[in-house]
Write a protein that binds this ligand. Structure first.
Ligand code: PAF
Length: 273
């Protein structure tokens, strides 16, 4: 049986208040829909950790940088509800835009520092859109825990910091990346990849793992980065944006030689959702 689909914050609040009054914990899995096995692994984690689970589906206009990316984002609500049926979640929250950004909405949540560099540099305002919508979803669902994939690692760090800095009562839980057999991280946008780009995309995971191994063995960043760029180009990554090296919590980054040595995955294969 498919879970109830709630479309207003009033309906959501009614459900959540009943659960809270009964002393039940609430987990939320925020998504933009087009669900895949990565999302479903977050649902499993939420089911294991909470009495009640809400999956949110909202294609958040504030985190898109171009109108065409927003327009092309896959919207598959009926199929999403069917995919969730075996998990028996307690609610699917599919708010209309006015439930999240009512007329006159003028507030933005911005985490500084962690949003510098990586996707933050290449998608101006993207993380402000993510943190603004996540703050709203955490508060609307009154969730005790929120589940995010490590695939969008910078997002995970930024949202964790936002919840901590604002004393939100929602604990952010990171869950492992789910990959295709060829190593490509599952992403809702993978369906948008043309066949040639899809064929090249697994090189990203392979090359980044090699970079990590070689740096761990003590090789210096300059040559490793240079060879990584060459390997990605050879695999078919024609447009390269950046390679940056950070500690896992983003607190340290290493200076790299100047120059446009940079790479990013083909659009949609990983990174900033
Ligand atoms: O990772 C995503 O799908 C989105 O960035 C999120 C967290 C649902 C916010 O819109």
């Amino acid at each position: 049986m498919t879970a109830p689909i709630l479309r207003t914050k009033a309906a959501l609040r009614d459900a959540v208040q009943g659960w809270k009054a009964a002393g039940e914990s609430v987990g939320v899995v925020p998504t933009m829909g087009a669900l895949h096995a990565g999302h479903l692994s977050l649902v499993e984690a939420a089911k294991a950790g909470c009495d009640r689970v809400i999956v949110t589906i909202f294609v958040n206009p504030k985190q898109f940088n171009t109108a065409s990316d927003l327009e092309n984002y896959p919207r598959t609500e009926v199929a999403d509800a069917e995919k969730l049926a075996p998990y028996a979640v307690d609610a699917i929250y599919v708010p209309g835009a006015e439930e999240i950004y009512p007329e006159g909405f003028a507030t933005s949540v911005l985490v500084s520092g962690l949003t510098d560099g990586l996707c933050g540099s290449h998608r101006p305002g993207h993380f402000d859109g993510v943190t603004t919508v996540c703050a709203k979803l955490f508060l609307q669902t009154l969730a005790d825990r929120a589940y995010f994939g490590e695939k969008d690692y910078q997002q995970l760090q930024v949202v964790t910091r936002m919840a901590r800095d604002l004393d939100l009562l929602t604990e952010v839980i990171g869950c492992p990346t789910v990959r295709e057999a060829d190593g490509l991280a599952l992403s809702s946008r993978n369906v948008l990849l043309p066949p040639g780009t899809r064929a090249a995309a697994p090189a990203l995971n392979r090359v980044l793992r090699q970079v990590a191994e070689r740096l761990a063995e003590g090789e210096s960043l300059g040559p490793v980065r240079f060879q990584a760029e060459a390997a990605l180009r050879e695999a078919g990554f024609s447009e390269l944006e950046y390679i940056e090296l950070r500690s896992a919590d983003g607190s340290r980054h290493w200076n790299t030689p100047p120059g446009p040595l940079a790479c990013s995955p083909p659009p949609g294969s990983a990174g900033c959702g």
